[in-house]
Design a protein around this ligand. Structure first.
Ligand code: PEP
Length: 259
């Protein structure tokens, strides 16, 4: 899967205090500026809580680090009476390259449906932020063998109304919910099966050229010990890492995967 630049993304979720967040970025900078490793070949991005973004921006710019960053969510609206929401406009000013959209925890805990996820995708794109659309089935759906059908329906629901030009700015992450934070990893062949199905669906909706250019990530209990086999799959162009992205040594090993 090295036709497209692999993206290694670390979703910190609601973890680390501000001091720990700054320290983690500083430690990561040693890895990313390691002269023995060619980081031109991979892109690394972190997704800290909103309250750390300004400091991450300062660190990355100050040290000229090859580290991208983004938000874990954004509002579907740009401004106005939306207490507690954070708009794509603000995130763009903080230098966010990416925003996660429709993470399974937001779908489950905050009731986000495909329609809202679609509006958030459009909001990110309006402000030049590349959304990482998260899709994936729960355990019950997997047991029934309906994972592809379910995940493609989420994809279609979220992308309804978007143009091929808009979709070209997107990343899609397949995250089977039963593999998130559980230690259960979908096998590389499961990740490939879904990535191929997603790419075929994207090709039929938006054209083969758009689909061929998009990066498709896998997420769910990725670690340094399984990352290489997952990234070797033809249609898997990166990983979205939760728990293992909080430990500098482990995340650095993931970033340095053998390829
Ligand atoms: C995630 O929540 O995006 C994720 C993949 O988590 P974990 O790696 O901890 O399973």
């Amino acid at each position: 899967a090295y036709d497209r630049t692999p993206l290694i993304a670390g979703n910190w979720k609601m973890n680390l205090d501000h001091h720990q967040a700054v320290t983690l970025v500083q430690k990561l900078s040693w890895t990313l500026t390691d002269a023995d490793h060619d980081f031109e070949e991979v892109e690394v991005a972190v997704f800290p809580p909103f309250t750390d973004l300004r400091s991450v921006q300062t660190l990355v710019a100050g040290d000229r680090l090859p580290l991208a960053y983004g938000a874990q969510d954004l509002s579907a609206e740009d401004s106005g009476a939306f207490t507690g929401e954070v708009s794509g406009q603000f995130l763009a000013k903080l230098g966010c390259t990416y925003a996660l959209v429709g993470h399974s925890e937001r779908r489950t805990l905050n009731g986000e449906d495909d329609a809202l996820v679609g509006r958030k995708l459009a909001a990110a794109l309006r402000h030049g932020i590349a959304p990482i659309l998260c899709v994936g089935e729960g355990l019950e759906v997997r047991r029934q063998g309906r994972q592809v059908e379910h995940t493609l329906a989420q994809l279609r629901g979220a992308l309804e109304g978007l143009s091929p030009e808009q979709v070209a700015g997107l990343v899609v992450a397949y995250e089977p919910v039963w593999a998130i934070g559980t230690g259960e990893v979908a096998g590389p062949e499961d990740a490939q099966e879904m990535a191929a199905a997603l790419r075929a669906e994207l090709a039929s909706l938006f054209g083969a050229e758009t689909a061929a250019g998009l990066r498709l990530l896998y997420g769910g209990s990725v670690k340094s010990t399984n990352v290489a086999s997952i990234l070797r799959e033809k249609d898997v162009d990166g990983v979205l890492v939760g728990g293992a992205s909080l430990d500098e040594g482990e995340f650095a090993s993931i970033v340095r995967f053998e390829h």
